[in-house]
Design a protein around this ligand. Structure first.
Ligand SMILES: [Zn+2]
Length: 98
């Protein structure tokens, strides 16, 4: 019986950080977020991760603007602290528009 974790090369037990709230969680509990959208091209790619609650929020709200927001925040091209700060600032800006 092959399990999912062996299939993906022993990723189980690894910890990842949610890009939205910065929470550390088990890789198995995280939801992959691929900002490029082509999740089948895994070669040399670094996935972003969302925890369940942030993933749910992202799915409930329109994804319009989320891609731009991630790109604007330099997702994957800046250090995580800077990215998270920019991402949070973008989120806060959006909320203040209501
Ligand atoms: Zn989160």
């Amino acid at each position: 019986m092959t399990t999912t974790s062996t299939l993906w090369g022993g990723d189980s037990g690894r910890q990842v950080t949610c890009i939205a709230c910065g929470e550390t969680l088990d890789r198995e509990d995280a939801r992959e977020y691929d900002k490029h959208g082509d999740r089948w091209d895994r070669e040399g790619k670094r996935f972003e991760y969302l925890c369940k609650s942030c993933h749910r929020e992202c799915c409930q709200q329109s994804r319009d603007g989320l891609e731009e927001m991630l790109v604007a925040a330099d997702a994957g091209r800046t250090d995580r602290g800077t990215f998270l700060r920019r991402f949070c600032e973008s989120t806060t800006d959006n909320e203040s528009l209501d």
